[in-house]
Design a protein around this ligand. Structure first.
Ligand code: 1PR
Length: 577
């Protein structure tokens, strides 16, 4: 949401964004609609959705969801396209002020107001809801379209709630909204730092609210006009049903009320796919033991645990709340030269409707011809290919070291630039620390903790040394110092690995995760070491982690995602079912 100044409105309307061409990757997974979404549009006009995409970010997932439900997309090019639409979807992306600037300069704002005032079928998503209000504080006080009374403000993080609000939360449905009919008591996916609040002046518009510290407006409905703060295109089957009900308003599908037990923000369970090319050049999902991904055999080949797109689709069906891809050789290969990885994202996002994160190789790069690519260009290509969040490893370590050394935010690091342009909720920092035992906390300049199990020589303390290049090089910075610095530089979330625990199946490093999740106000994803469902409940009860990620146990089919969730639910830890 906290996104970029736009260059110029006209450049934003350039479209379509041509994907890079490729020839090296083929995908065999069948694309099919699930039976409960099988109603098809009957005539060509009925099957067209007009999409207002002003080019400020990634709306690929909205496009994919619309296509998945059997509709074609007509992009808005002129204000008349809005007025002539038979149904309009407005997935607002970017920040409030630049979006309003585009809407005003192009005349689209006026057309939108006129379209909505005529009660034509409309669905706004996220910023597409916020822009309907009178104003927002996101970029100073800026006027909105003024259709709904109220000002959009930032979540208050002083009461212990982490901002951005990222994850699956529950709705309190206030009135019959039709499009929410299948939500029942199930979770939907939110990702935002700003929200509109209910008041006497806007209560007639409100169709549902959500609690996160404050009670904020989760959706509005008046006649044919709908808008949602959550992301239906990222909310799995429940979200697809919201879109389907908007697209087929007269469908006589029975209401499925009362399912689910959602009451608050759920703890997330994330499946992670470490991806790299094997020695034959095929892109495979691999998995290391303490970051060593080669088999312990004479041939020493890269461990191959499956195909990235197929596994990601499987984990989506199994109930993963998010899927992460880490391009683990990104530090030496250039991601934009790595078309198969981009293609993995494109194919995955066609059928996987939960958030996708991709990491590896996000940094400035000069190729063999001398062409320079900025980290922003690399990230942009990942976003265009279907990523909702990008994850930065090594480059964030260098940025944090420099920031701690100088105390100056240059605004030029990849972390700062990408979070400024795409919002901090779109930037994850992946930390790869290794435990270093010490006898006395005063022996090192880094934050130490008293460890639960003493070190090999009876040491009672440890600090966590950050590494770069896939754990190959230790750096003079601790995980604690890094986490605090990257939060200040604009990270929206931390993916906290631990090299000592990776692939060991003996449980997460609870000491480390508690240290970091207590130190920052952004969500922390616990990673490395999951072996049994009890490890997930342990990390959620003993630390403030917002999510837990695992790789090996899912790839080797030792523990299905649903067993993890079933166990958490039994332990009274709220999860999305
Ligand atoms: O430095 O920006 O190019 O990013 C590289 C990314 O690749 C980083 O996020 C880094 O964590 C990751 N990476 C690099 N080398 C490896 C490796 O394994 N050799 N994988 C690697 C890191 C760790 C986890 C793993 C969990 C859970 N993988 O993501 O999935 O430890 O595993 P488990 O459940 O089996 O224990 P840059």
């Amino acid at each position: 949401m906290e996104a970029p100044p736009f260059t110029s409105p006209s450049s934003l309307l350039l479209r379509p964004k041509t994907p890079l061409s490729f020839t090296t990757f083929s995908h065999s997974a069948k694309v099919k609609n699930p039976t409960n979404f099988s109603i098809r549009a009957s005539s060509s006009k009925d099957s067209v959705v007009t999409l207002l995409d002003y080019g400020a970010g990634n709306v690929r997932s909205v496009r994919n969801a619309i296509k998945f439900l059997g509709f074609e997309i007509k992009d808005v090019q002129t204000p008349e396209d809005i007025l002539n639409a038979s149904r309009l979807i407005f997935p607002g992306v970017g920040a409030f002020a630049p979006a309003m600037e585009v809407l005003s300069k192009t005349g689209m704002g006026e057309a939108l107001c006129s379209y909505i005032e005529k009660d034509r079928p409309f669905l706004g998503i996220c910023l597409g809801l916020q822009l309907l209000f009178e104003s927002s504080e996101e970029n100073g006080l800026i006027k909105g379209l003024g259709l709904i009374p109220g000002t959009v403000g930032r979540f208050d993080s002083s009461n212990g709630f982490r901002v951005p609000h990222i994850g699956w939360n529950a709705l309190q449905v206030a009135k019959d909204s039709e499009i929410l009919d299948d939500v029942g008591n199930r979770h939907v996916y939110f990702v935002h730092s700003y929200r509109a609040m209910p008041s006497d002046d806007n209560k007639e518009w409100i169709s549902s609210t959500c609690k996160y510290g404050d009670e904020f407006i989760a959706s509005i409905r008046r006649g044919n006009v709908h808008a949602v703060q959550f992301h239906p295109e990222k909310s799995g089957d429940v979200g697809l049903s919201v879109l389907r009900r908007f697209l087929y308003p007269k469908s006589k599908v029975e209401k499925k009320l009362g399912e689910g037990k959602a009451s608050k923000l759920a703890k997330r369970v994330i499946a992670c796919l470490d991806v790299r090319a094997n020695d034959k050049g095929d892109l495979v999902v691999t998995k290391g033991d303490q970051y060593d991904v080669r088999e312990n055999t004479k041939e020493n080949e890269v461990r191959n645990l499956g195909k990235p797109v197929e596994l990601a689709e499987q984990y989506y069906k199994d109930g993963a709340d998010e899927v992460s891809f880490l391009n683990i050789t990104g530090f030496r290969d250039f991601p934009l030269g790595d078309l198969p990885m981009l293609q993995v994202l494109r194919y995955t996002s066609e059928n996987v409707f939960v958030p996708l994160t991709v990491g590896g190789g996000i940094r400035d790069f000069t190729d063999s011809t001398g062409r320079h690519y900025s980290s922003l260009e690399v990230a942009a290509e990942y976003f265009r290919s279907g990523a909702d969040k990008i994850s930065i490893g090594s480059d964030a370590v260098y940025a944090a070291e420099e920031y701690i050394r100088t105390g100056v935010k240059t605004g030029k690091t990849s972390l700062e630039q990408i979070s400024r342009v795409y919002g901090n909720q779109a930037v994850v920092v992946s930390i790869d620390p290794r435990r270093v035992y010490v006898n006395n906390p005063n022996d090192v300049q880094f934050q130490t903790i008293r460890v639960s199990s003493p070190g090999p020589n009876g040491e009672e303390y440890a600090w966590y040394q950050c590494t770069v290049n896939g754990g190959r090089e230790g750096r003079p910075i601790g995980a604690y110092e890094l986490a605090k610095a990257v939060e200040e530089l604009g990270a929206g979330e931390i993916l906290l690995n631990c090299i000592d625990c990776d692939g060991q199946g003996k449980g997460f490093d609870v000491d480390l995760i508690k240290l970091i999740s207590d130190a920052v106000n952004i969500p922390v994803i616990a990673s490395s070491g999951a072996g049994v469902p009890e490890h997930f409940s342990e990390v959620f009860t003993k630390t403030n982690a917002s999510a837990a990620l695992a790789a090996g146990i899912f790839h080797r089919k030792e523990v299905p995602i649903q067993s993890v969730k079933g166990h958490l639910s039994k332990e009274d830890i709220e999860v999305r079912m």
